[in-house]
Design a binder for this molecule. Structure first.
Ligand SMILES: [Zn+2]
Length: 249
């Protein structure tokens, strides 16, 4: 694995698969060389690909990079390659849903496949209009995965591996009609857990609270922190209400 020909051969295999399967999802391919030297990202990717489907520890990665002449202690590239580049690299430290099943512990990684992007990777802008005309088209934009947790339609659900994922139309903003523009695909678990409490962005992330009653389901400490935050944000208004209501707080 320290041999130039072997590294180039593996890199070219990845490059070919990337063109075929991953480019359309905006997964980013790192350059092999920069100014005549290997790049860290490409070497980490090549090494994980060499061990495709196997568990690789951070120590192994570090040792490999050192053997290639990099003076490095804390290898962060595997994490970046998943979250910022979109490669399907599971991280035990991040606690990806599939790690438990595959026995990947903290400090360990696995490149699961190079035929699909990282489940929750979506190179979509937060509020960009996706211009879809049907739910099927929209699901395709999301690679048939739940926008919130990444579970794939027809495959075991990440939350409940015993049940098969079915994607439903989740509201982005529960205050608006469920048009395609206002829809994200969600598995039944994410759709049920969040129904009507939150407003989501395109990436399936909570943008704000829609129903304030949600706060009452939280722990007392959280409720008090929320109250403090709201009072700070709206001090004059809050004083008025407290005075009018005569709560004596
Ligand atoms: Zn989900």
């Amino acid at each position: 694995m320290n041999n130039k020909n072997e590294i180039e051969k593996l890199y070219n295999e990845i490059l070919k698969k990337h063109k075929e399967k991953l480019e359309k999802y905006n997964v980013k391919m790192p350059k092999l060389y920069s100014k005549g030297n290997y790049t860290l990202n490409s070497l980490v990717l090549v090494f994980l690909y060499y061990k495709l489907g196997e568990i690789v520890s951070k120590q192994e990665l570090t040792d490999y990079l050192r053997s290639m002449g990099f003076d490095i202690n804390d290898v962060q590239q595997a994490r970046h390659l998943a979250q910022q580049y979109g490669w399907y690299i599971l991280s035990g430290t991040r606690g990806d849903y599939e790690c438990k099943e595959l026995g990947i512990k903290s400090g360990e990684y696995m490149l699961k496949t190079i035929e699909e992007p990282y489940p929750s990777y979506k190179n979509l802008k937060r509020t960009e209009s996706l211009n879809c005309s049907s739910f099927d088209e929209l699901k395709k934009m999301y690679n048939y995965r739940c926008a919130t947790c990444g579970s794939k339609e027809g495959e075991p659900n990440f939350h409940y591996p015993a049940s098969i994922t079915r994607l439903q139309q989740g509201h982005k903003d529960p205050g608006l009609p469920l048009t395609i523009d206002n829809t994200i695909p969600q598995c039944d678990f994410c759709n049920r857990a969040s129904r009507n409490y939150f407003v989501f962005d395109n990436k399936g992330r909570v943008e704000k609270i829609y129903d304030p009653h949600f706060v009452l389901r939280s722990d007392k400490e959280i409720q008090i922190i929320m109250m403090k935050l709201l009072i700070e944000a709206n001090l004059e208004e809050a004083k008025k209400i407290i005075k009018d209501e005569g709560t004596g707080l």
